[in-house]
Design a protein around this ligand. Structure first.
Ligand code: AP5
Ligand code: MG
Length: 389
């Protein structure tokens, strides 16, 4: 999730910028001003309580704001993230937001303050008042709003400066320039978010190759249980010896062994931006354990891919590899290859099915060239990232 708050005096351009940002980053837009105006129009109890205050340019009570904000957030649990416009506007509201975000298991990523001098605010709003129909767009009320801003809202900045999530932009530039400055801040924020990819696909579908390329491009740790197990075999460890005999019979390695290795990897994670998991989780049991381990370490799967390749093509590829590189113990005969494909169908297909219920699993045509497949993965990751799913 990505949660951003736009801050700034009346007329700074919060509403104007919100339009571009919600569209680009697919955020759910929450403007307390708009929500209050809607309540007023509907003549609800909340609206009636807020009307006079807004018309005089004062701030509506925190009690009212918490009610409309909480309801809007609760009604949209599927949101990719929220863009707050004109909230939080008091110290109390900053705490309210913090509490609401915790409830959603998330947090405010950044508060961006659009800064303009008072006279620019007044000038813009008087101009806007000619067509906006907003009863608070008259010079006298605008001055009151600005006073409230200075007295009650500006002090909120300290809360976010202390938290280290405050940024500011010069709001006197053109609309396009301000958008660009804000986008830069948000993109930097996005870059910081972790990227944990799971690559599904039959043996021979190209998961390994693609996984390594993704790891390199996005600075991820490549986690291939196959490799990790091979390492154990090569080192001649106790685990390695057991693994070897399972391999030679074309069987899956028991969950206990694989899960131990994965937990170690995740617990000792390096300074990368995330993980790319290949060949794991491979059984339903592993998938439940995996979800648990990820949660325990505060991580989540950000993207799941399924590389699709027809069985005949898989056989062809694996046979070719067997002839060129006979060293893989699990692929040392055609029979073993076939049994591995069957095994995959039986045990891993249900895992993919399970994730399809909770995640967006993207199918990729694995018959394309290595570069083409890679390009498709990257495009999806990058647009998905912008869409924050
Ligand atoms: P709200 O609706 O939030 O109004 P506001 O904060 O006073 O801000 P505005 O909507 O007037 O300005 P904006 O920054 O969105 O600027 P815009 O993009 O329109 O709140 C209204 C009232 O509700 C408050 O007074 C309060 O009573 C109450 N309220 C709301 N939230 C509350 C809360 N959390 N707690 C308590 N009370 C609350 O741009 C303005 C104009 O400038 C436009 O015409 C635009 O085209 C132009 N413009 C924008 N950017 C540029 C630019 N870069 N260059 C040139 N022109 C530009
Ligand atoms: Mg506005």
């Amino acid at each position: 999730m990505l949660n951003i708050a736009l801050f700034g005096p009346p007329g700074a351009g919060k509403g104007t910028q919100s339009k571009f940002l919600t569209e680009k980053y697919k955020l759910f837009y929450i403007s307390t001003g708009d929500l209050l105006r809607k309540e007023i129009k509907e003549e609800s109890d909340l609206g009636l309580a807020a009307k006079n205050i807004i018309e005089q340019g004062g701030l509506v009570s925190d009690e009212i704001i918490v009610q409309i904000i909480e309801k809007t957030i609760k009604d949209n649990p599927e949101a990719n993230g929220f863009l707050f416009d004109g909230f939080p506007r008091t110290y109390v509201q900053a705490f309210i937001l913090e509490g609401l975000m915790i409830k959603l298991n998330t947090s405010l990523n950044r508060l961006i303050s659009i800064e303009v001098p008072e006279e620019v605010s007044v000038q813009r709003l008087v101009e806007r008042g000619k067509t906006s129909g907003r009863s608070d767009d008259t010079e006298e009320v605008i001055r009151n709003r600005l006073r409230e801003y200075h007295n009650k809202t500006l002090p909120v900045l300290k809360y976010y400066k202390d938290k280290g999530i405050f940024s500011s932009v010069d709001g006197t530039k053109t609309i396009e320039e301000v958008t660009r400055d804000i986008e830069k801040i948000i993109d930097e924020e996005l870059d910081k978010q972790l990227l944990n990819i799971v690559l599904f696909g039959y043996p021979g579908s190209g998961r390994g190759k693609q996984g390594m390329k993704l790891a390199e491009k996005y600075n991820l740790e490549y986690v291939a249980t196959g490799h990790m197990l091979e390492e154990e075999i090569n080192k001649g460890t106790e685990i390695g010896k057991q693994v070897k005999s399972f391999y030679e019979n074309g069987q899956l390695v028991p969950d206990e062994i694989v899960v131990q290795l994965i937990e170690n990897k995740i617990a000792n994670r390096k300074h990368t931006r995330g993980f790319v998991f290949k060949g794991f989780p491979r059984t339903l049991v592993q998938s439940y354990i995996f979800d648990g381990i990820m949660k325990k370490h505060g991580l989540a799967i950000t993207k799941i891919f399924e590389l699709k390749v027809p069985t005949l093509e898989l056989l062809k590829r694996l046979e070719l590899r067997r002839k060129q590189d006979g060293s893989k113990p699990f692929d040392s005969s055609t029979q073993k290859i076939i049994s591995r494909l069957e095994q995959h169908e039986k045990t891993t297909e249900p895992v993919i099915k399970r994730y399809k219920k909770t995640h967006n699993v993207t199918k990729i045509d694995g018959t394309l060239s290595i570069d083409e497949v890679f390009e498709k993965l990257c495009i999806d990751i990058e647009t998905g990232y912008k869409n924050l799913r």
